[in-house]
Every structure is written in C-alpha cells, then in structure tokens.
Write a protein that binds this ligand. Sequence first.
Ligand SMILES: Cc1cc2nc3c(=O)[nH]c(=O)nc-3n(C[C@H](O)[C@H](O)[C@H](O)COP(=O)(O)OP(=O)(O)OC[C@H]3O[C@@H](n4cnc5c(N)ncnc54)[C@H](O)[C@@H]3O)c2cc1C
Length: 305
Amino acid sequence: MEAITRDFFLFLSKNHLLNNIAKKRGGSFAAGKIIGGTDFKSSIKFIRQLNDSGLSVTVDHLGEFVDSEAVTRERTAECIETIEMISREKLDSQVSLKMTSLGLDIDRKLVIENMTKILDTAERHGVMVTIDMEDEVRCQATLDIFKEFKAKYSCISTVLQAYLYRTERDLSDLADYQPFLRLVKGAYKESPEVAFPEKKDVDENYKKLIEQSLLNGNYTAIASHDDQIIEYTKMLAKKHHIPNSQFEFQMLYGMRSKTQLDLVKQGYKMRVYVPYGLDWYGYFMRRLAERPSNIAFAFKGMVKS
Ligand SMILES: Cc1cc2nc3c(=O)[nH]c(=O)nc-3n(C[C@H](O)[C@H](O)[C@H](O)COP(=O)(O)OP(=O)(O)OC[C@H]3O[C@@H](n4cnc5c(N)ncnc54)[C@H](O)[C@@H]3O)c2cc1C
C-alpha cells in the first residue's frame, strides 16, 4: 500500500497540467509551511523567523532539469542576487542548488561558466554553496564538477546519498579534498542495479558513511528526519569525542519543527532547508511520496489558505 501511494505521488509530481495550475495559483498555501515563498524576497521573513529561533538555513530555488541555456543564465543571475541579499540582510543562510538547473544536461562548459560566476560571488560574501545530488546517472558528473571547484574555492560543499552502492567509494575518493559534506538517504527512484532496494540496508549504509565521514575529519551535515539516525550520530560523536562544531543536523522546512528546536536547545547546530520558487508543486508531491502522513498537514494548509 505504501509503495502504491509513493508511486502515485511520484506520478503526480510529473503532471504538467497540475504543475501549471499550481504555478498560476501561486504558492500562497505552501508559503511559510513547506516553502519560503514563490521568490527569495518573500522568503526572507520566514528565514529571519528561523534564524531568530536559533536555526541556520540553506535556501534552494526550486526547479531542475532545465533544458534552455537562457534559463540557466537567468538561474545564475538569480542565485547571485540571492547570495548578495543574504549578505546584505545579514541572514544566517547558505545556498543549495542543482547542477541540472545550471545546464548539466545541456553542456558541461555552460555549468562551469555559471558556477564560476556564482562561486566568485559566494566567496566574496562568505556564503557556502552546496551542490545537491540528483539521480544516479548524474552522480559522477556532479562529483567531478565539485572536485574541480573544490580545488579553487572554499565555499563549496556537496551531497552523498546512502542508498547508492558507489557512495562508500566516493566518500573515500573525496578524503583528500577535506570536503564539507551533506549525507542523505537519497530521494530519487533508482534501480537495484545501483541502489540498495531495502530501507534497512540504506539505513545501515547511512550509519557507516556518517562514521567514515566524521572519523575522516570532514565537516558533516546529517540531513535526516529519522530519530534513529540522529541518535546514532549523537552516540558516535560522544564515543569518538567529535566536537559539535564538526557536524550539524539538517531537515526540510516544515518537517519536524519541534525536533529542530529541541536539537538547538541540546546544543547542536541545526540547518533548515528552505525551498522557494514557482516550481513548488513537484517538490511538494515528492515530499508526500516520502511520507504520505504529510497529506493531512497539506489539506489543513489548503483549507486555511
Ligand atoms: C536538508 C536536506 C537536504 C536534502 N538534499 C538531498 C539531495 O541533495 N539529494 C537527495 O537525493 N536527497 C536529498 N534529501 C532527501 C533525502 O535523501 C531523503 O529522501 C529524505 O530526507 C527522507 O529521508 P529521512 O532520512 O528524512 O528519513 P525517512 O527514511 O524518510 O524516514 C525515517 C523515519 O523518520 C521519521 N520521520 C521522517 N519524516 C518525518 C516527519 N516529517 N515527521 C515525523 N517523523 C518523520 C519517521 O520515524 C520515519 O519512519 C535531503 C533531505 C534533507 C533533509
């Protein structure tokens, strides 16, 4: 049943008609609940609220798999403006972005050009930029781009996914780069040829990667809503005397808000991933696919809006 519901929401997430309706309707019902707003400016008040309660933020302009060069350039200009606004408004926020939004599916040179402009600005303002990890077919290209930039810029980090068989090796390969890494379970539908099909194996691999990354000395973000993973990380840090300054927890905006604040009270760094933009519909459906119990929360939001 759970698998059917998941597939149903993943199917809906790709529905163009519903996506267009959602864009026209605007994100009023989702704003301040699961996204910041439909643009960065309208998200600032929510980011400030989070910052005021001790939570750090990373923002993500929704929209991936861009197939127009002009749109990638617009995305780049918008990202630069966002970094400048973060700095001007003195927000405690980083930026997350996807390589397909900067042209990974069009031309590698285009991504390098766009990323160089973004990272020049980010470095100037001291704002960290994290390259989100997309599906497995784009994993190698994404890691190659990360390595190329990591050699020149300090304000860059990326993501590794515990569901992929290859990740343990990727983490070892990155050891010399002293990377800032976000570790996640993985959000895409992958085949058993490349990813663990069973949740329990993903969870086990996730724990192994957290240990490997922390013992390697990497600054590590553990991005999960899973209590079991959070408790494991705390236990590991205690056991190996890893200071709280070497890791942080991350969760999505609107998910487990009380737990986020509890972690801050316990002295941990907690970063909230705040997406914004007109393309909120697909993001929302993917969150419902992950956790159908979010449906009740979603409908409550719709009725109120
Ligand atoms: C900050 C952030 C950034 C991410 N970036 C990427 C990325 O770049 N690439 C990528 O592929 N994926 C990314 N993801 C998504 C990630 O890969 C997972 O798909 C997603 O986080 C769900 O896995 P989970 O570890 O949270 O726990 P799950 O395995 O989904 O859930 C495990 C348990 O956690 C608890 N739980 C989960 N959600 C809730 C909730 N809302 N309320 C209460 N309890 C809950 C429940 O007990 C549940 O059984 C990111 C996730 C986060 C949080």
